[in-house]
Ligand binder design. Structure first.
Ligand SMILES: Nc1ncnc2c1ncn2[C@@H]1O[C@H](COP(=O)(O)OP(=O)(O)OP(=O)(O)O)[C@@H](O)[C@H]1O
Ligand SMILES: [Mg+2]
Length: 447
């Protein structure tokens, strides 16, 4: 694939020369005579590399660089500077330029830079795609009212630095949600480090969080940096925060208040810049009332409290999860499951799901592994409780498509009831175009 190159300079002849130089081989070149023109072209074409002159009559190369970085941080920009403008060159690097080159230069040198920039951006974009295939692609939100509230709140605060406390029973997706919040924040390129407060004894936990100096305790043979320092610029995820001992709670509170930490056994403190996301499956308010958790720490950590509802309170979303997991498991185990027995589906809808989404995932994993063929039958499902006749009445199997459509139909009906039959309002609430809503109403015979 050719590298799409944009060259910006206010000198027409110079542009012409560069364009002809790069017009052979692996480049596809466009030129712009001004910053404004360049921004227009950038709107139209996904360029791979931009080369811009620094000094131009209206907006400068630095202005262009800033505009570009606002929209696409990954797009490499090479700045061409005039003689004696080293400050500008330095400034451009500080603003995120990929490199600078001083005029006059040998075009071969510029080509080398462009080539490196192109490799750099290709790698970055691949990593970005892989990262987004990470959580965001594996994470499904659902349409139930109870989760939509959380999602709205979360999308407002994800980008900010506000400390977030995620509450919810085991398996409701707290850890996944924490990572997603990080991926949606400005800190996404920086580390996301998790510490499980339930798994570690007090001394170890403190040394993990704050680090320790050599000889701080038996076994501390060398100094070690704490996770709060390792996560610099990024996010620290404090899992099962309700398990923190009173002593560690005090130290953590101090670290958050002063944005400073001291390693265990040391007295030299260092500044930290981390975002705190914590999670708990305990009822922290109760813990506070009972004197086991510090109120002041709670308010520091729970600037934004989010509550992930248990699966049984969002049964409307269950079909979406079933569909999602089966597709994923099909891939993982090279299976071809496309149907679920109605009876199985009804069982899934009625189960208490004390282990929440994780339990559902496990049940389906076993079912997918056990099933021979395209349909999951009752024999493939290992879970307690007698079958309850409901939703998917009748015999035979339902397809994955029907499972999802059932959920969709119900969501539409719910919202229409809520809006008193007002379709525009319903479409808005559902986040779909009115046209789409009409089509769906016709499809489900609801019009
Ligand atoms: N929204 C979701 N979309 C897709 N899969 C999910 C979602 N939420 C949870 N899961 C699945 O359920 C599993 C459990 O989720 P997670 O570990 O985030 O829950 P948790 O609330 O942190 O549980 P615990 O309290 O036990 O730590 C995950 O590994 C994931 O596979
Ligand atoms: Mg967890």
């Amino acid at each position: 694939m050719k590298t799409k190159l944009l060259i910006v300079d206010d000198e027409k002849d110079f542009l012409h020369v560069l364009k002809s130089y790069f017009s052979f081989g692996q480049y596809e070149v466009q030129t712009a005579i001004s910053c404004e023109r360049a921004l227009h072209l950038l709107d139209q074409t996904p360029f791979d590399v931009v080369v811009t002159d620094m000094a131009m009559p209206e907006a400068s190369g630095l202005d262009l660089l800033q505009e570009i970085k606002k929209v696409d941080r990954a797009l490499p920009v090479i700045v061409m500077t005039g003689v004696g403008t080293i400050e500008n060159a330095v400034e451009s690097i500080l603003q995120g330029a990929f490199h600078y080159i001083a005029k006059p230069f040998n075009p071969k040198d510029l080509e080398n830079l462009v080539c490196r920039a192109a490799e750099h951006v290709a790698l970055n974009r691949r990593l970005e795609r892989e990262a987004s295939r990470g959580i965001s692609e594996r994470f499904i939100l659902g349409q139930s009212r109870s989760i939509q509230g959380v999602v709205q709140m979360a999308s407002k605060v994800a980008a900010s630095n506000a400390p977030i406390l995620i509450m919810g029973e085991t398996g409701t997706g707290k850890s996944m949600f924490a990572r997603m919040l990080h991926e949606q924040s400005e800190r996404r390129e920086q580390p996301f480090l998790t510490i499980d407060c339930a798994a570690l004894a007090e001394t170890i936990l403190e040394s993990e969080l704050f680090g320790h100096v050599k000889g701080a305790f038996t076994g501390a043979v060398s100094a070690k940096r704490g996770l709060l320092e390792e996560a610099q610029g990024g996010t620290i995820f404090l899992d099962e925060i309700g398990e923190l001992s009173p002593g560690t709670q005090v130290k953590l509170l101090r670290a958050i208040q002063e944005q400073e930490i001291k390693p265990v056994g040391g007295n030299k403190s260092s500044t930290i810049d981390v975002r705190f996301i914590s999670a708990t499956s305990r009822d922290l308010r109760q813990e506070i009332t009972d004197g086991r958790f510090r109120r002041d720490l709670y308010f520091r950590l729970a600037v934004i409290p989010l509550y992930l509802p248990p699966l049984r309170e969002r049964r409307e979303d269950l079909p979406l999860f079933v569909d999602h997991f089966i597709r994923r498991l099909n891939q993982e185990y090279r299976k071809n499951i496309a149907h679920i027995d109605r009876e199985v589906m009804n069982r899934l809808l009625d189960a208490p799901w004390r282990g929440n989404i994780r339990e559902l995932e496990n049940v389906l994993e076993r079912a997918v592994l056990l099933s021979n063929g395209e349909t999951i039958t009752l024999g493939d499902i290992c879970m307690g409780g007698p079958p309850q006749p409901t939703e998917f009445a009748g015999a035979g199997a339902v397809s994955l498509k029907e499972v999802v459509e059932g959920a969709e139909k119900r969501a539409i009906l719910d919202i229409l009831t809520e809006t008193g039959g007002n379709r525009s309002a319903a479409a808005k609430k559902l986040g779909i175009a009115r046209r789409t809503l009409y089509d769906k109403l016709a499809q489900y015979g609801l019009d």
